[in-house]
Design a protein around this ligand. Structure first.
Ligand SMILES: NC(=O)C1=CN([C@@H]2O[C@H](COP(=O)(O)OP(=O)(O)OC[C@H]3O[C@@H](n4cnc5c(N)ncnc54)[C@H](O)[C@@H]3O)[C@@H](O)[C@H]2O)C=CC1
Ligand SMILES: N[C@@H](CC=O)C(=O)O
Ligand code: NA
Length: 433
């Protein structure tokens, strides 16, 4: 080492799948730039894998592979640990072990952060080390750092976004080609967007974990995945998509985090948004997040929310920050949960519904349907009849009401004699209230 040169910062990567392989690749390809940006060499000293002979998308330098992830994460010479295994265990034990042993940690693990973030943040604070996780929400899109740092002087009131690439791809396909859900899912799997078991994506668990992380940062409160109301897209039908089209709208799976005088709410569900809304033009596997804050107004963040290489970009960004902190013998901002706001139940949240109802086409039907809404304190924005006679369908869009009032109205409609079937129920976002 030349005089004045800094000792290398030693990095361990845990997991070498879609994201891990790209982290390893970038660490090799960008070594010179990383050294210049950090102020010291960044040296990969180990890669933990499940099987030494497994197929990999990157060539790992000789002697670096190990199946002993805990041994690597807690090695005394390791400064920085990148956890890209995913899931709850062993990821949690590995991160805790690394922090306790004095390493700083970068992770992309939204499932773990949303389930048990506070345990990890407390361990990082106790160890005086960093825990960074930009890749955990919306992949490459810088969204957590803006919330934690750039907007730290503002008051965020709402975060609204498309944060799951797989479901956006499926809904986009259903909209543009008229494909059914299963057909669109099959294509997403063929293209490698959806997992072989796509439940976490399709049923909204992945988006709900991201909503919990976004709400926690935006509102300085602890919000976990269990606090997030969640509905996936497996029940979205071609009829729902067609009904949205009739209204010049499109169906998107949205994550919505809101601040109100009573507390905060976080929810994930499919919703119709007008085609004129900027989120309507987010196509394929792309993500976009809207942030509304008191002083800044509206901000929009857009880009690739999934995929090995984009996600690795966010991991490397964190790695550089954490490495710089390490050299400066400091740490970045830790968890900020001082506001400790209550999380409101979904029933208390203000929403709007679009309801399509297959009815008998006879005098008085319209009035009876309108009365069912009025009985639950819900006022109507528009009522439209499609078809006649046997094919008659009423399409109702409500004004804003508590979600509990709206869902009670739908239950009442289903029990009415004049209603043959409630064919589509979907929340509406992004238009006039
Ligand atoms: N793939 C993506 O587009 C994105 C992924 N993420 C997150 O990144 C993390 C990694 O995701 P992917 O790379 O897509 O998953 P993956 O399944 O492709 O890779 C995980 C790897 O970890 C390995 N592994 C499992 N147990 C292990 C153990 N005990 N020791 C060592 N290796 C072990 C697996 O064999 C696999 O190769 C997850 O937390 C995921 O939620 C975040 C944003 C986007
Ligand atoms: N499966 C996720 C990947 C990134 O978080 C998605 O489809 O968005
Ligand atoms: Na991100």
């Amino acid at each position: 080492m030349s005089e004045g040169a800094k000792r290398p910062l030693k990095v361990a990567v845990l997991g070498c799948g879609s994201v891990g392989s790209q982290v390893v690749r970038l660490l090799g390809e960008q070594a010179g730039d990383l050294e210049a940006r950090v102020g010291a060499p960044v040296e990969l000293v180990g890669v933990a894998v499940r099987r030494l002979d497994g197929p990999r998308d990157v060539e790992v330098p000789d002697g670096l592979l190990t199946t002993d992830a805990l041994g690597l994460a807690t090695r005394d010479d390791v400064d920085l640990v990148v956890e890209v295994i995913g899931g709850i265990e062993p990821a949690r034990s590995l991160i805790l072990g690394a922090l306790e042993n004095g390493a700083s940690v970068v992770t992309a693990n939204k499932a773990l952060l949303a389930e048990d973030g506070p345990t990890l943040f407390e361990a990082a604070a106790k160890a005086g080390r960093d825990l960074y996780y930009e890749a955990a929400v919306a992949g490459a899109i810088p969204i957590l750092r803006p919330l934690r740092e750039s907007l730290a002087g503002d008051k965020v009131t709402r975060v609204l976004g498309i944060v799951n690439g797989t479901t956006n791809f499926i809904l986009d396909k259903m909209d543009t080609s008229g494909a059914g859900f299963s057909e669109a899912l099959e294509e997403a799997q063929e293209l490698g967007y959806a997992e072989a078991d796509p439940t976490a994506d399709v049923e909204g668990f992945d988006a709900a974990a991201k909503a919990a992380i976004l709400a926690s940062l935006a509102f300085h409160s602890r919000v976990t995945a269990a606090d997030v109301y969640r509905e996936g897209i497996s029940e979205v039908t071609a009829a729902d998509v067609a009904s949205a089209r009739e209204m010049a709208s499109v169906v998107k799976l949205l994550a919505i985090c809101e601040l109100s005088p009573q507390g905060v709410s976080a929810r994930v569900h499919p919703a119709m948004i007008p085609r004129s809304h900027p989120l309507a033009s987010v196509h394929g596997a792309y993500n976009a997040v809207f942030v509304e804050s008191e002083a800044a107004g509206q901000l929009m963040f857009y880009g690739p929310g999934a995929g090995g290489s984009p996600t690795a970009s966010a991991v490397l960004g964190d790695l550089v920050t954490v490495a710089r902190n390490r050299l400066a013998d400091t740490r970045g901002a830790g968890e900020s949960a001082y506001a400790d706001r209550a999380v409101l139940p979904m029933g208390e949240t203000l929403t709007r519904y679009h309801v399509a109802i297959d009815v008998d086409d006879k005098a008085g039907v319209l009035a009876a349907i309108a009365q069912a809404f009025a009985d639950h304190g819900v006022s109507l924005q528009t009522v439209r009849q499609q078809g006649r006679g046997e094919d008659a369908e009423l399409v109702v869009v409500s004004h804003e009401a508590r979600d509990a009032q709206l869902s009670a109205t739908v239950r009442a409609l289903r029990s009415m004699e004049i209603v043959r079937e409630v064919t589509s129920v979907m929340r509406v976002e992004g238009g006039d209230e």
